[in-house]
Design a protein. Structure first.
Length: 295
């Protein structure tokens, strides 16, 4: 029988930001203020899923083009023919860093040590679960099992000097039997072992308040996908849509995000989208973290 999650007592979503910001998860380390000047000085990052077709054909050429746009960080979604060690070398030679790489959920569940070893070879700071197969997310019990799997690989990551993170879509916000799967993942994972990568687009597409999700436990969100939404609810290049990224990221009460990755899953022209999104994300950073902070 599935264990019931007491949403009346512990409900994370759909409440006011002010109330949520007063809450803390048991076991969370005492909040340490983010070096916001350090973040403002960073160049924008990109999730390479945006240019996945090009990566499949030419990893070095694609990474060179991304670096040429001004991106300072990349998040991998596979290493293709180059492999993790070669990708690490190419990124370093281009003057970029790769803080995170997305991994397959079933590998997280079935071969966690191998996943951690590959991420270490690639030089990542974070191992990030990118997506759950539909067959593996039909019940709350399955989500509870995923929370346990996240804790297990989180422990392995910790031992290897890395962190583990979970990246959301919109399906985690669809209630199952009165329980919200994202609530389960947040409440049943150990804050000492598991972080979250917030995808702004998918949170809003799931009908949730981005601010409320962040406000529950700001320290658990070190990364974000900066993915924009047009007026019809479709994906858009960063800075051309309706999401007010700057005001959210600039709110120090709810945002501790250190790594910002532009992304557009369905870009008709991926390199053009990446270039537009770089400009859009740089503008967001400039507005969220004003230059006068530098003194």
């Amino acid at each position: 029988m599935e264990r019931d999650v007491d949403m009346n007592r512990r409900r994370l979503l759909g409440t006011g930001v002010a109330a949520l910001s007063m809450m803390a998860l048991p076991g969370c380390a005492e909040f340490q203020p983010l070096d916001r000047v350090g973040l403002a000085r960073k160049r924008p990052g990109i999730q390479l899923y945006t240019v996945r077709a090009a990566m499949e054909q030419d990893v070095p050429g694609t990474l060179k083009a991304i670096a040429g746009m001004g991106y300072g960080e990349v998040e991998f979604a596979g290493y293709f023919d180059a492999g993790p060690a070669e990708c690490r070398r190419i990124v370093a030679d281009l003057g970029m860093t790769a803080p995170s790489g997305h991994v397959q959920s079933r590998d997280v569940r079935d071969a966690p040590q191998q996943v951690v070893d590959v991420a270490a070879e690639a030089g990542h700071d974070y191992v990030t679960l990118g997506w759950l197969h539909p067959d593996d997310r039909q019940t709350i019990s399955q989500y509870q099992e995923w929370a346990a799997a996240c804790n297990r690989i989180g422990e392995l990551c910790k031992k290897a000097g890395m962190r583990f993170a979970y990246h959301n879509h919109d399906f985690e916000f669809v209630p199952i039997g009165g329980n919200v799967p994202y609530d389960v993942l947040m409440l049943e994972t150990d804050p000492e072992l598991v972080d979250f990568e917030l995808d702004f687009y998918w949170v809003q597409r799931g009908g949730q308040s981005i601010e409320s999700v962040l406000a529950f436990a700001p320290e658990r969100f070190p990364m974000a996908h900066i993915k924009d939404m047009d007026t019809a609810g479709n994906m858009a290049d960063v800075g051309t849509g309706t999401i007010d990224f700057a005001s959210i990221l600039g709110n120090k009460e709810i945002s501790r995000i250190k790594h910002l990755f532009a992304e557009r899953d369905d870009a008709p022209d991926p390199f053009k989208s990446a270039a537009i999104s770089h400009a859009g994300l740089q503008d967001i950073i400039d507005r969220a973290y004003p230059r006068n902070l530098f003194g």
